[in-house]
Ligand binder design. Structure first.
Ligand code: UDP
Ligand code: MG
Length: 321
């Protein structure tokens, strides 16, 4: 497989002062053991504890460290994206900064990636988190995400993942979308693998999330499903739904008009009339939203010189200019 020689490890950190030193020790030991060129990009996501001071301290003694500090807390996804942008490696690895993931799994991810995958995702087989608030919602979420995106993974939520840099740099992340990278990457035809990794209970610091994450994940999933299928043709789904609703409304209205003209029916007390009007209006709205979405999509691609496709390889140059 092609060159996977330079690794960038990206670590988001929010109030992890008690974990920074040991985390860095363990990551740098792993980097030493695999003897590849590497950098460790710590992104301090607006911590209000001593995380940044700890990062300054370790940066002095290790020039493989790149430390970035946000002006405030923007969230784990933004922190990861800042890390991706700073990364210079051919491979990018993401890992949590709370030592729940184990840096010693990194060589396994790299090995799998070198078999020709674009993304290798960790699967926390023995996940050490609360069953009711984390493991059960996560099981349902993983099943639903697999069903709706066609990319089936046991553990979307595991932060320990390895990516080919060019793939992950192609994907824009907003909100809390980082968990969906493997699904979004299927837009660019990525090959995804999953391998079991270790997982530990949090021993220091506190989790930044709770059950309130569940509805957000669900909404994000709807968006991902839409992006996967209709990213370049939103009018087909919205306009299609508009034609169906508007069409049903139109035929009901036609039927009522017929009854009125030929049988003198009284329409004022007919709920069907209201239904027909609502369906026609809803249909018009869906249709116009679809046209707007199509215009927005065009602006997105054309203003940035983006293409709706992604070329993996190209041979030859054709006519020389
Ligand atoms: N994190 C972050 N910004 C946030 C929340 C979390 O950078 O706003 C980091 C956090 O420091 C940790 C990782 O994201 O390194 C995962 O967070 P956490 O361990 O709280 O999540 P959990 O493991 O409980 O899902
Ligand atoms: Mg954690």
């Amino acid at each position: 497989m092609q060159d996977l020689h330079r690794i960038s490890i990206v670590v988001p950190l929010y109030n992890e002062e008690e974990n920074v030193i040991e985390l860095h020790d363990r990551i740098s030991n792993t980097l030493d053991s695999i003897q590849l060129t590497g950098e460790i990009i710590y992104v301090n996501d607006g911590s209000i504890d001593g995380t940044w001071e700890k990062l300054e301290e370790i940066s002095e003694s290790d020039d493989r460290i790149v430390a970035i500090s946000f002006s405030r807390n923007y969230g784990q996804t933004a922190a990861m994206q800042a890390g991706f942008e700073a990364a210079k490696g051919d491979v990018i690895i993401t890992i949590d900064g709370d030592l729940q993931n184990d840096p010693s799994d990194i060589p396994l991810l790299l090995e799998k990636l070198s078999e020709g995958y674009d993304i290798v995702s960790g699967w926390r087989v023995n996940r050490q988190d609360s069953t009711v608030s984390r493991k059960i919602p996560s099981k349902i979420a993983n099943w639903l995400i697999g069903l709706l995106t066609g990319v089936r993974l046991h553990d979307y939520g595991c932060s320990l993942k390895a990516y080919r840099a060019e793939v992950v740099k192609e994907i824009q992340l907003y909100g809390e979308m980082h968990r969906f990278i493997p699904a979004l990457a299927s837009i660019v035809g990525s090959k995804v693998a999953e391998i079991p990794v270790k997982h530990h209970a949090r021993t220091r610091g506190v989790s930044k999330y709770g059950i309130s994450r569940t509805p957000k994940v669900f909404l994000d999933l709807l968006l991902v499903r839409f992006l996967l299928r209709y990213r370049t043709r939103p009018l087909h789904i919205l306009g299609g739904a508009g034609l169906i609703t508007g069409g049903i409304g139109f035929f009901i209205a036609l039927y009522l008009t017929f009854q009125k003209i030929f049988f003198g029916a009284q329409l004022a007390k007919r709920p069907l009339l209201i239904m027909a009007v609502m369906l026609i209006l809803a249909g018009l709205q869906l249709l116009t939203t679809g046209i707007l979405a199509d215009l927005v999509m065009r602006t997105y691609f054309e203003s940035q010189g983006r293409h709706p496709y992604w070329i993996r390889e190209k041979i030859g140059t054709g006519i020389e200019d």
